[in-house]
Design a binder for this molecule. Structure first.
Ligand SMILES: [Zn+2]
Length: 186
């Protein structure tokens, strides 16, 4: 494995852990040259699972893409890497035990279901990016509901300042404007 920091190909595995369902292995590695630590995943390749996009084109399912979209929703949130990984594993497992083709909207719905249980801010972010809200008003309503609910908790209030709400509303508007082009993309 090539070190993402210095490019050296010499590394050692310092930790190895199997996912709960045994479908993937996560390895912590350390570069022998610069000591940088990074993580790799090993999993069974499922080349036959395909995603049907809303414009009806098909593409191979990519776990990496799914994981990246979820990680983005959790940016600056406090969820651990293992939580994210479990979530991706669960979703991939569900998809793989289904048919060979899955609509991107089904993947999006699965992600939202899980996010709602784990972190509502991440849920709103994902929803705003992936068009699950019909319009800005609906999005703002959801934020206000959430804002009222988390009011008593000072820490969460800090994590969700008014600036972020404004920014998220902007994101919702921008993504709505791009909705025709990107609708349902996961
Ligand atoms: Zn290195």
């Amino acid at each position: 494995m090539r070190c993402p920091k210095c490019g050296s190909r010499d590394d050692k595995v310092i930790d190895s852990r199997q996912s709960r369902d045994g479908s993937s292995i996560r390895r912590r590695r350390e570069c022998l040259r610069c000591k940088y630590r990074y993580t790799t995943y090993e999993e069974i390749e499922r080349s036959d699972l395909r995603v049907i996009k809303t414009n009806r084109t098909h593409e191979p399912f990519e776990r990496r893409k799914l994981a990246a979209s979820i990680a983005k929703a959790f940016e600056k949130r406090s969820a651990s890497l293992l939580t994210l990984e479990d979530m991706v594993n669960d979703i991939v497992h569900e998809l793989e035990t289904g048919g060979r083709e899955v609509p991107s909207s089904v993947i999006g719905a699965r992600v939202l279901e899980k996010l709602r249980e784990i972190d509502e801010v991440a849920y709103l972010r994902y929803a705003s990016v992936y068009q699950r809200f019909q319009d800005v008003d609906q999005f703002v309503d959801a934020i206000h509901t959430l804002g009222r609910r988390i009011k008593p908790n000072a820490l969460q209030r800090e994590l969700f300042p008014p600036e972020t709400m404004k920014e998220n509303a902007n994101v919702a508007r921008r993504s709505r404007e791009g909705a025709i082009k990107n609708h349902g993309r996961v």
